[in-house]
Design a binder for this molecule. Structure first.
Ligand SMILES: Nc1ncnc2c1ncn2[C@@H]1O[C@H](COP(=O)(O)OP(=O)(O)OP(=O)(O)O)[C@@H](O)[C@H]1O
Ligand SMILES: [Mg+2]
Length: 455
């Protein structure tokens, strides 16, 4: 059975170079399941192009490949790039090869064949080293302090809670409207605490099919059910020592809620097909944009689970209630996206700024980020004018802000606009919207059914 890809990228980017497709894919799958961002290349030539155009934290390369060998790649990386760790893997383990690899600058060496566990342990050790190195140089892990911008009283309070949560393993519940930064906060809690060098595994509760809940969460033993040809770890086990982020917990089915509650209460999981409890040390962070208390009243959310996950409660206010942060965020995104264009960051005209301040931001920070990105990209002069703003933001006659549209309507319209701006290219649209292509496809097909997106 195909495993659905639900673990989402951690902040560490890994390049895997191997001419053997099978090996490449196995490593790719293991690393991606563990939450890393992974890119693969089949040759040194391809890898050299990749390291020039993108940033990686770790390179895992095979030694023997046709044409150029892994040693050439290592040499190149050592001469041109700092702050990147290289691990050599090889199917012909020889002392000479290992010595040569280390001499050339591959600090890490993993002989083939290796198990998933051996691979992940080796990578984890490298990540730990990178984290230590970067902290020692005063860099924060993501290039910014948690990557979270905000000075409002509400956000100051959130930062305090992140610090507090980082210190311990209590379950955290993050609530807030869509696009307010819930996932960002979850990652910050993980990376600020001791668990930072272990995986951060992000799982969307709505993405797990009902009949697979148990095996996806807890794993299964070989032969547990038809199609279970091999044993497999579940998300709890993959995130052992690290953090399991359960996104959209408010949408978890009652069956899933029951299973989660048991795992939390017993601090142990049972793999499907096994009666042996497996003790795991996985920190849970849950997020939702729903009101769980209301769901409890309607009988859709278990009250006992609510109290278990709500030990530390972080609530992210909508952007319209964070006026102090709005300018700060606009400036932050303005500078961030200008960097990508290589031009100086454009300014906002007073009228444009006023309009942006008046707007009610139903899509919160995500909407602001996407808008500023678009404005910076299309801006030709040094100022973003009122006319550059999309019509949804411009004042309707006599009305400063529109407060009459549903979020679904707004979203459909916005998706439509973004798709238009990239000529219908879904990969590009998904990248701008910062959702994956599958989610985009689902949103489009939902809306098509309701006739809300026409393109
Ligand atoms: N305070 C902030 N500073 C900088 N970037 C932010 C901030 N808040 C949110 N963002 C950015 O806005 C986007 C949306 O944030 P995130 O995905 O964390 O929101 P969310 O609450 O999980 O949304 P959803 O409910 O839709 O899943 C991301 O690109 C994130 O980096
Ligand atoms: Mg989210």
């Amino acid at each position: 059975m195909e495993r659905k890809k639900q673990a989402q990228p951690s902040l560490f980017r890994i390049l895997v170079v191997d001419d053997a497709e099978d090996a490449r894919e196995v490593i790719h799958t293991h690393l991606e399941d563990a939450g890393y961002m992974v890119r693969t290349c089949a040759s040194v030539a391809e890898a050299l192009l990749a390291v020039e155009s993108s940033v990686f934290d770790i390179i895992i390369t095979d030694l023997r490949m046709p044409k150029a060998s892994g040693l050439e790649l290592i040499q190149h990386v050592r001469n041109t790039l700092e702050d990147i760790e290289v691990m050599m893997i090889t199917g012909y383990p020889s002392i000479e090869g290992a010595i040569e690899a280390i001499k050339t600058g591959a600090e890490h060496y993993l002989p083939k064949p290796f198990t998933e566990r051996e691979l992940l342990e080796a990578v984890r050790a490298i990540v730990e080293k990178l984290v230590r190195k970067r902290l020692a140089h005063g860099q924060s892990i993501s290039g910014q302090t948690y990557g979270i911008v905000g000075e409002s009283a509400a956000m100051q309070h959130v930062f305090k809670l992140i610090d507090k949560a980082g210190d311990n393993t209590a379950t955290v519940q993050i609530s807030g409207e869509s696009g307010t930064g819930k996932e960002l906060v979850a990652r910050a809690i993980h990376y600020v605490g001791k668990r930072r060098s272990s995986p951060f595994v992000s799982v969307n509760c709505t993405a797990i099919p009902e009949n697979l809940i148990e095996s996806e969460l807890f794993g299964h033993v070989k032969g547990a059910f038809t199609g279970a040809g091999t044993a497999r770890s579940g998300f709890f086990e993959i995130a052992d020592g690290g953090t399991l982020f359960l996104d959209e917990i408010g949408d978890a089915s009652l069956a899933m809620q029951g299973k989660l509650l048991r795992a939390i209460q017993e601090k142990a999981i049972y793999k499907v097909g096994s009666s042996r409890p497996l003790h795991i040390d996985t920190r849970l962070i849950c997020a939702t944009n729903k009101n769980l208390k209301q769901l409890i009243e309607k009988g859709l959310f278990r009250e006992d689970l609510y109290y278990r996950i709500n030990v530390i409660d972080i609530s992210l206010p909508p952007l319209r209630e964070r006026e102090d942060d709005l300018l700060l965020l606009m400036n932050h995104f303005r500078a961030k996206f200008a960097k990508d264009t290589g031009r100086p960051a454009p300014f906002f005209s007073d009228e444009a700024l006023r309009q942006l301040m008046l707007y009610h931001w139903p899509g919160n920070v995500r909407e602001l980020e996407n808008l500023v990105q678009k404005l910076v990209l299309i801006c030709e002069g040094d100022t973003i004018e009122l006319v550059d703003l999309p019509s949804t933001l411009k004042p309707a006659v006599g009305v400063g802000k529109r407060l009459d549209r549903s979020l679904a309507e707004y979203e459909a319209e916005y998706i439509h606009e973004v798709l238009g701006s990239v000529h219908g290219n879904k990969t590009k649209a998904a990248a701008i919207l910062k959702i994956d292509r599958k989610t985009l496809r689902e949103k489009i097909s939902n809306r098509y059914q309701k006739n809300e997106i026409k393109s």
